[in-house]
Design a protein around this ligand. Structure first.
Ligand SMILES: NC(=O)c1ccc[n+]([C@@H]2O[C@H](COP(=O)([O-])OP(=O)(O)OC[C@H]3O[C@@H](n4cnc5c(N)ncnc54)[C@H](O)[C@@H]3O)[C@@H](O)[C@H]2O)c1
Length: 284
């Protein structure tokens, strides 16, 4: 979709970080924006700080883990602005720990927001977007951790790998259905945001540590030291938002804000090729 002005975008996790930067960028492009987040006070502040010339904005407190709440968001968005053209399933949280030590509650929370939030968004919005027959985009936020995870990010990496697979399949399904919708997967690397304070939104949890912008910081010293060293390379959320807008205009499926991350992807594929080539068991 080359012309975004006059269209409507919905962004979940819009009160902070990448979601806030996308909402602000969409507003600057002349789009009507629906900003949804579970954190009411931060959402109010985000809306209050939008540039005064921004297009109309609807803000909704919405927990993306709740299908009924996301369905109500879709209803409210259409009631206010008509058809939705760009849906950004972006809300996300991170929790770290040795994979076998991460609790069932950790997995449920991280997968609930990061993967089920995307599934709920898809169920609530895509049938509406399809029925309009218009052009549109679904942008699901994953992470490089979903392709090339490091240590201590089992739940987070699993959720993001799920988002990538889901979005690849969604893209095929849109094409098979002959629809005018396009799917995109956003795969950020280290980005300055409040992701390391994710516990602030965990039901019943105390506030988390100060943000360093890493999305895969582990609890042990080695991981922490490596993460802090990487911070010098963190990208801004505004850069990520610019990559999203450019990707929508040029119809790119993979929205990869940091090309340096491709070295990790290539290393993974090299290892896969090497292991596949080394198989010596005769095919049955
Ligand atoms: N920051 C990074 O380094 C990085 C890297 C790769 C991917 N990501 C992904 O980017 C997305 C945005 O994260 P961010 O880095 O801007 O972090 P952030 O914490 O600054 O923003 C995330 C937003 O999601 C909201 N949220 C949390 N739980 C929610 C729920 N249940 N329902 C609705 N909203 C909820 C939070 O209130 C917050 O406003 C996430 O999906 C994250 O996994 C971040």
């Amino acid at each position: 979709m080359r012309e975004l002005a006059g269209c409507t975008a919905v962004v979940t996790g819009a009160a902070s970080g990448i979601g806030l930067a996308m909402a602000r960028r969409f507003a600057a492009e002349g789009m009507s924006v629906v900003m949804a987040d579970v954190e009411a006070a931060a959402l109010d502040e985000a809306v209050a700080n939008l540039p005064s010339a921004a297009e109309p904005v609807l803000s909704r407190v919405c927990d993306v883990r709740d299908p009924a709440a996301v369905a109500a968001l879709a209803e409210a968005a259409e009631a206010m602005f008509g058809p939705v053209h760009v849906l950004c399933n972006n809300a996300g949280v991170a929790a770290s720990g040795l994979t076998w030590e991460q609790s069932v509650a950790d997995f449920e929370w991280v997968l609930g927001v990061n993967l089920w939030g995307v599934i709920n968004g898809m169920h609530a919005f895509v049938p509406r977007m399809l029925s309009g027959g218009h052009e549109g985009h679904v942008v699901n936020t994953a992470s490089m951790t979903g392709i090339a995870p490091g240590p201590a990010v089992g739940a987070y990496g699993a959720s993001k790998a799920g988002v990538i697979a889901l979005t690849e399949s969604l893209q095929h399904d849109f094409a098979a259905a002959g629809s005018r919708l396009r799917a995109h997967v956003l795969v950020p690397s280290f980005t300055a945001s409040r992701i390391l304070e994710s516990a602030r939104n965990r039901p019943g949890a105390a506030p988390g540590p100060e943000s360093t912008g890493r999305d895969d910081l582990g609890p042990d010293d080695a991981v922490r030291v490596a993460a802090l060293a990487s911070m010098a390379q963190a990208q801004s959320a505004e850069h990520v938002a610019a990559v999203v807008v450019d990707g929508l205009r040029h119809d790119r499926f993979w929205l990869i804000p940091d090309p340096r991350a491709m070295a990790r992807v290539e290393r993974r594929h090299r290892e896969m090729r090497a292991d596949a080539a080394a198989v010596s068991i005769e095919a049955i």
